[in-house]
Design a binder for this molecule. Sequence first.
Ligand code: ATP
Length: 508
Amino acid sequence: MPESADSSNLMEALVSLAKRRGFIYQSSEIYGGLNGFFDYGPLGVELKRNIRDCWWRDMVQRREDIVGIETSIIMHPKVWEASGHVAGFSDPLVDCKVSKQRYRADQLFFAAVVVDGKTAGYVSALESERTGAELQEAAETFKRKKSLQGALEPVKVREFTEATEAEIPLVPSPATGEPGSLTAPRAFNMMFQTNVGAMSDASSVAYLRPETAQGMFVDFKNVVDTTRVKLPFGIAQVGKSFRNEITPRNFIFRSREFEQMEMEYFIHEDADWAKAHEEWIVWCENWLKSIGLPESHLSRYAHPKEKLAFYSRGTVDIMFKYPFGVQELWGIAARGNYDLTQHANASGKPQEMFDEATKKKFVPHVIEPAVGTDRIFLAVLTAAYAVEDVKDEKGNVEQRTVLRLSPRIAPVKVAILPLLKNKEQLTNRARALFEKLKRNYAVQYDDGGAIGKRYRRQDEAGTPWCVTIDFDTIEKPGDTFTLRERDSMAQKRITEAELFALLAEHVY
Ligand code: ATP
């Protein structure tokens, strides 16, 4: 079992809410869906756009040292040769010849069942929070089923990539539970191929980009030559990336078409890269908190030196506690000057800057914070989702589902609710407020149903505030409305000017 009952319930609840309220649908659902592809519905597209826009404003528009670009998804195939993706952008693939299931060898684990010092067989399990425990249980079951006498040693968990040629046929397939059907791991390149132009031969092969980053490296000289950037400076981009993942899973966490928000921060070759790296990790953590992710769900994972690519100086991932476990959300890599050097060598065009102080040319180094918008989306939903007991107007206890989204990213900022829909004085005032607010904010006008029902609808959509235009609005002096706050459900009276001030403070 990959996760505890509670966490799998949470995942189910999120997927169901996402569908029910129009955040996320399966792609091509009427045809049975396509594994690893998703559509964003009316609320989802607003939430995703807000995440992206907040990132762009904070990362690009509000900084003097970072510029944005947008490069094409299909680039010259030589880009991907130079970057190393053609030769090396692969995951180790394992087939089960009987079930036709495919696994990533680095997500498939096995252990020898050792009884009285002798290997009696093997057990296997897929990557999860409980891999070790599952393998231990499987080993105990194995021993019992085979009626083996003697002492069972605690299992030693190993990745299938480490299995020897002799061991591979002895490891059971997770699909069938029987050994003999797993193939040796082989490299599976994750880039989607296509052909450009009318000819479909080797000369027309191109790739859908598996990351947006190469766009920044390939356009580095263009940006340096056409803007007034001075080191240190960054180039940022947001856009779709494509990876033919062997095992897309966990909803939108790992999909085959996804969006990335990446930034390449160029620094002098002699600059203190470790300091710049740390500063960017902190920046990313703070940014995630600014859109409402709680610190308690965030952690860091520093990649061990021996697992880094040869050119990499260090990579730290910001991890998030998803319902299915703690997983990578945002990778911040110190990549040296590998990428620019590769492109300089492959294109024959130097990718250098001139140092006025030393009068020498050099290739800048780079720090790369790279994050997936969809992964942030799922993190945001995970952290925001709550079901709680509340009392209705009559004092009866009922359940409400609420998305405690930050006002920065909430799809709807304010819902305007006239108390009654057939009372013109109320609806006229509500309409006037709605018209004024919608010039600056995403607001919704809702006059359907009892007021309590309308509040619940907005709670589920994550709307931070509801404004009710009631009889006090039109009968009492002051032109005030009832402001109802989503999280506390507290209500107070507020003027139009105060409402605008509240929005200006929280929606930025
Ligand atoms: P993973 O190890 O999870 O496959 P990665 O280390 O290959 O990810 P990077 O190449 O560093 O990922 O990509 C940067 C970011 O892009 C990741 O931190 C993640 O947020 C996002 N990302 C990568 N692959 C996917 C995917 N298949 N679906 C959704 N988001 C992704």
